[in-house]
Design a protein around this ligand. Sequence first.
Ligand code: TMP
Length: 428
Amino acid sequence: MSGNVLENNRDVNYIHRETCRICGSKQLYKFLELGPTPLANSFLREDQLKGKEDYYPLDMYFCRKCHLVQLSDIVNPEVMFKDYPYITGTSKPMQKHFFGLAKEVIHEFNIDKNDLIVDIGSNDGTLLQNFSNHGISTLGVEPASNISKLAEQKGISTINRFFNEECAKEIRNEFGPAKAITATNVFAHADDLNGILHGVDALLSDDGIFVVEVPYLLNLLINVEFDTVYHEHLSYFSLHPLIWLFHNYRMDIVNVKQIPVHGGSLRIFIKRAKSIISSSSNIFLQQEKNYNIDSLATYDNFSKNVKSVKYELVELLRKLKGKGKIISGYGATAKGNTLLNYCKIGPGILDYISDTTPFKQGRYTPGMHIPVVSENEFHANPPDYALLLAWNYAKDILIKEREYQSKGGRFIMPIPEPHIIWELISGE
Ligand code: TMP
């Protein structure tokens, strides 16, 4: 079904699906409406400020059959991912994260120099570089042309396309089966999860390992991380629907662990059925059961918590503004744009947002049109308060910005309950 015209009678380039993307059920329960909202990464140049922006519905649904939490309004991926501003290698914490992931995969699964590693959604090749440094053959598959070029420049072979069965078969024909396939923070972005699984099934060697990382729904619910909801993130996973998905391809989760990235994620190791399975899945399933992850009341309660964050955050910022305080945003994150648009926090409240990404500097945030500046400007012109829009890096930022705080500047944490961070933390 074609997307409805939301604003100004233009075709807005999205589809609305009526069925769950994993199990196909029509039993979808809408529990939160955040939109209409512009795309979270569509930062604007000054000359675009007067033009019309495209807004798309941002509503969350729960599948009563397989328990997948998801968006049903899907913006054309060509629009979202063709020229993508998120570059993994620019984030020190993510570099560290991928170094650790590669080390774990190489050691746990005895990867050697004759093996092929394929990374789905390989971005600028930051993860693959760690395998390549050990002399292991690597291949990236990345739909964003600007970013796959960056990977190629670093010497990481990258195919510029979406990963699916056809792509997988071509890779296998040319390079042979993959001993390991990785997909970190990719599942959340894909409407056609079954297409990815068909591809993995076609490419993975019989004894191969498939490693998936997904932000964990339980963290999102408990910490009220509603700002991580934006059009790029189509699914929000607990373990339950993933087990359903892998079983359809005769694959089992052999191990699962919690990792800290993206507000709390799961690292899941999958093998073809008949492998040795650890009991780790049961621990997570039990935890999900204890949290009533299958109950509509859980999602209604989350929706109530989201509304409280909005009310309390706007109250706090208005009170500070009323006292003549200068407030900025710290990190022009995609999730920041969900938060700012939902709470209607604009340039009347935040003077600017500082960000380390050159592409974003000099631009304006989608919807709210707050100017994005460099970190140098933040240091040259420090605000009284800085709203931590990059809260997933809170610890690193609080350590990095100790001087700002020691001179009296304070960070504001927006979730799970908006509050000012008064204590200085120590550490390296
Ligand atoms: P991410 O949450 O999608 O990784 O995006 C993080 C954004 O925050 C990215 O635009 C860079 C920015 N950022 C800063 O500006 N300063 C920092 O210290 C960190 C860690 C991130």
